[in-house]
Design a protein. Structure first.
Length: 132
């Protein structure tokens, strides 16, 4: 999808705009597809986070995780969401305990599914910000 491509290219404003339009379209439907809802909310949260608005990113990311919980499965989507939530929590001044739990679970999921570089990146991020 175009919004996801823009997100991957660092075109965050454009991605955010398209994700907002997609969310509006989904909200107008009587029975939106749960997977599509989760993906749109995830993208909305990621674009918002990348634009430096972690507090605003928390709501769509948390909602996306709720949809994912209802769907089950999709471990790499869960890893992506937990990693984004950890970064958003830190940026928003949230609970260090919660963000560390999110990050650790995300790293474990990435490692379990062969994404060891991402898992190492997360561990480095956690170690760089060890609480005193």
């Amino acid at each position: 999808n175009l919004a996801e491509a823009w997100l991957g290219q660092g075109r965050y404003e454009e991605a955010l705009s398209l994700y907002e339009a997609l969310r509006s379209d989904l909200e107008a439907r009587t029975e939106p597809d749960p997977l599509t809802q989760m993906l749109v909310l995830k993208g909305l949260g990621l674009a918002t986070l990348e634009l430096g608005r972690p507090t605003q990113a928390l709501s769509p990311l948390t909602a996306a995780l709720g949809h994912l919980d209802a769907l089950g499965g999709l471990p790499l989507e869960r890893a992506d969401l937990l990693w984004a939530l950890a970064r958003a929590e830190r940026g928003a001044g949230g609970s260090e305990t919660v963000l560390r739990q999110h990050a650790a679970r995300s790293a474990a999921l990435y490692a379990e599914h062969g994404r060891t570089e991402r898992a190492e990146e997360i561990h480095a991020w956690l170690n760089a910000a060890e609480p005193d």
